[in-house]
Design a protein around this ligand. Structure first.
Ligand code: SAM
Length: 236
């Protein structure tokens, strides 16, 4: 099984409904706060089930959701198909959008599942589809120094504050026997030193800085804010 198969399959990464609700409330608020303007056109790249899509859509002009997993897109269509501000893309419809379509693209908790080469290809697409004045947000990047213990601590802290500690403890036991844990130890997750991300972004024609906070509950992970280098956009 690959990460692609895993995300296209049925899995439960939330320990209960409260965990899921608090997770999406937090990432919805964090992404919403990054939206540059009320009329901004925003893309969530690798959006997953996008449980906070309505919250983010309310903060921007148009909200686009893109995910490689066909089953994820099918569920998104059922949930958000009737919302006129939310648009669900597949690779072909994303490719077909005009260059410089977006004011902001957010990629949250995705690049750990990609090889460096795949990440570079994603950055190429983002560079082409982002306006010269747009910004690219890359969140939940796992530092090289991080391990499963850091993620466990962050989850337990989130659960303690959120009132789902017992469920989180049972969830950790279930995770131990899950496909997620097996894939994490066999294929692994791609980790980055902060400078590696900045160097990669620079090579892909972005100026970038590391942000002081990450999207979501796990502050051991990193967020980067990037903008296209002006010399690479053809603007004076
Ligand atoms: C951990 S989930 C993150 C979902 C969401 N961004 C969030 O923060 O809740 C990772 C998602 O990235 C998607 N994904 C993985 N590789 C991708 C790629 N190359 N392009 C777009 N989506 C991808 C997976 O299908 C999965 O839904």
């Amino acid at each position: 099984m690959s990460w692609r198969d895993f995300w296209n399959g049925s899995h439960s990464i939330y320990v209960n409904a409260r965990h899921r609700a608090l997770h999406f409330d937090m990432i919805g608020k964090d992404i919403g706060a990054l939206v540059p303007a009320r009329d901004a056109i925003v893309l969530d790249y690798g959006c997953g089930e996008a449980g906070s899509a309505e919250m983010v859509a309310a903060r921007c002009g148009e909200f686009y959701l893109y995910d490689t997993a066909p089953n994820v897109r099918e569920k998104l269509r059922l949930v958000y198909g009737a919302n006129p501000k939310i648009h669900i893309l597949n690779y072909e419809t994303l490719e077909a959008l005009a260059p410089a379509s977006f004011d902001m693209i957010v990629i949250n908790s995705v690049i750990q599942y990609l090889s460096h080469g795949e990440f570079e290809r994603v950055l190429d697409v983002c560079h082409a589809k982002l306006k010269p004045t747009g910004k690219l947000i890359i969140g939940d990047v796992i530092p090289k120094t991080s391990d499963a213990i850091g993620d466990t601590k962050a989850l337990l802290d989130f659960a303690l504050k959120g009132g789902f500690l017992v469920a989180a403890c049972w969830g950790l036991v279930a995770t131990f026997f899950s496909d997620y844990r097996k894939l994490r130890s066999s294929i692994g997750l791609t980790r980055y030193a902060p400078d590696e991300v900045l160097t990669l972004l620079s090579a892909q024609k972005f100026h970038a800085v590391r942000a002081p906070h990450n999207i979501g509950h796990n502050q051991t992970r990193m967020m980067f804010i990037a903008s296209p280098k002006l010399e690479a956009t053809g603007l004076p």
